[in-house]
Design a protein around this ligand. Sequence first.
Ligand code: BDR
Ligand code: CA
Length: 325
Amino acid sequence: MLPLVLDVDTGVDDACALLLAARHPGVDLRGVTCVGGNAPLEAVVTNTLTVLDACGREDVPVAAGAHRPLLAEPHDARHVHGRDGMGDLDWPKSTRQPDARHALELLRDLLLEAAEGPDPERITLVTLAPMTNAALLLRTYPQAARGLREILFMGGAANVGNATASAEFNVFHDPEAAAVVLQATTELGIPVTMYGLDVFYEPRVTRQFAEAMIATDDRGPAGLGGRLIRYQCERFHSDAATIGDAGAVCAAIDRAGITTRSLPVRIELSGDYSRGRTIVDRRDWSGDLTHDPHGSPPDPIEVALDVQAGRFAAQWVRTVSEGVA
Ligand code: BDR
Ligand code: CA
């Protein structure tokens, strides 16, 4: 079993990711933490609980974390994700309350518990949202890092952005948090993988598959998953839609589905038009790197540059529809 914690701003595609993690028999989903991003925090928490309810996973603790970025002004993405942040679907909202702990305390508790166990117990933290919670965690409770196997974050882009021409939404929303996470993980020796826009859009599910999921399981997890894909197809006038954040969960489950390169990444914290950009250093002559006037490059992280898109999309449909690996 893969011990996993998700940090989310649910979010249509965060919902796709939750469906996959909650339904996959090889995933031990230990908890979910929420952060303001695609929608305000309160909506993110409700959406997250709603998805877990649809999967019968009331056992998974869900905690509310940061309601805003460390320094930047929040700019939600409800123009993409709907007024409620999850596609304004005809789907009953959860009435459950989240865990009484703050997200930082839930993360700390889960990680310290994992640190006490044998090595395979260590947790993969997959962040699908602005990294405010992760940054606060690593600065507040650095000792909890002992329970981490890896941080795999959906965010950034080696090439083109989406929130701006330069920057991807999750990093743009809280660039300082992203910079803190990269610095703290280096200091604490935590491996990091970036699942950015270079691969994010590629695993896609057709509207036809979505309609079949709804037809076979109207009010179950597959029905919800199908509606999330259908919402995006309608929103973007297309006949297929990305599983988005769910691809990052696929990568955690099935690492061979992505091709990564070990590269230095810096976060642009200023600039009129480039704030929030992940500057992925792909120069191949070490002389340029060592004589860079900005100083030595940061330690490299794994950057996903290619994805087996069909394999990930099929995995998502299969697991969400049938609850199998
Ligand atoms: C990321 O931003 C959000 O809109 C999505 O949920 C995803 O995490 C893509 O830039
Ligand atoms: Ca997200």
